[in-house]
Design a protein around this ligand. Sequence first.
Ligand code: MN
Length: 288
Amino acid sequence: MTARRIVRVIDGVATQDGAGVKLRRSLGQGGFARLDPFLMLDEFSSDDAADYIAGFPEHPHRGFETVTYMLDGHMLHQDHMGNRGDLRPGDVQWMTAGRGIIHSEMPQQDHGRMRGFQLWINLPAAEKMKPAAYRDIPSAQIPQWTTAEGASVRLIAGEMQVGGDSHQGAMYGLSTEPLYADITLPADTALTVPVPATHNAFLYVFEGDLAVDQTGVPRHAAALLAEGDQVTLHAGSAGARLLLLAGKPINEPVVQYGPFVMNSREEIEQALRDYRDGTLAQDVATAG
Ligand code: MN
């Protein structure tokens, strides 16, 4: 077994998206800050409605998947296919934009805490133009267990073997084989988690203190892991809570223009034309 160490840290930077939602972006600040197949990770966290109330009014996507994980608060997703997703604490929304989706993501509260993540996972060329798909995963459907070390794991996607038990996440069977786990460690505990050697992987610590290989991991930053087949997480005296993310790299050119992520400039220009012409999200709009 080879322990993965931290090779690079991408700090989260304050930015805004949508109609002015304040968030912290680690992966996805630019082309230099991606980890194939992951394109972007945004954390939103605020007790001040002014930071989130404007939401994300109607906008398009093409060529990848977006995964929203709510920790606190209430958001409503609506898209051109007629899906309505009421996202509450602990819920996940897994949206495959494929050839095109047009949707909005709007807060359903005017006070209180809003906290969560949005992750963008790339699609290989062969899947970028597949029909859009959408899945709501209520909190109760996310496998969750406590390890012998006392760690609590919520497995949103992928498979995990810990303590001789094998667990399957709520999402699986995707070509990038994403592993998406929300791990809470009690104070002064350690947990070793297998991470497939074929995958790129990173950690995102958002509560408490965590060390890997005796190196402290900054909070609110993407800590990219070196090659290996497992990672050992050491929580400090405040405990720790983190996301562990891993995915099989696609190894194709990435050309991004805002909400469109394709393999070439020509494909981006096509996406812009399709959006302008109203055919971006055509696959279901032609029904009837
Ligand atoms: Mn969106």
